[in-house]
Write a protein of this length. Structure first.
Length: 74
């Protein structure tokens, strides 16, 4: 497996137009990762390009990052 591209993170937790829910976090980053596979995997998924969406948050400057959303697309 090889990561083809990693898009620039969006910091939406600090945006003025973000929903109120996001304001409880110190920092929020959304990532889109594009993965290109060259062989079918063990589950039988064919080779191709897959996209994974990950959102991580930090409650305060000293806390660890927490994954709050994880999704994929084909």
């Amino acid at each position: 497996m090889k990561i083809i591209s990693l898009k620039k993170p969006l910091q939406i937790g600090l945006c003025n137009k973000a929903p109120d829910y996001y304001q409880q976090f110190y920092k929020m980053i959304s990532l889109t990762i594009k993965i290109k596979t060259v062989h079918a995997d063990l589950a039988g998924k064919p080779a191709g390009t897959y996209i994974v969406f990950v959102t991580v948050v930090k409650k305060d400057p000293k806390s660890n990052w927490l994954v709050t959303e994880l999704g994929s697309g084909g």
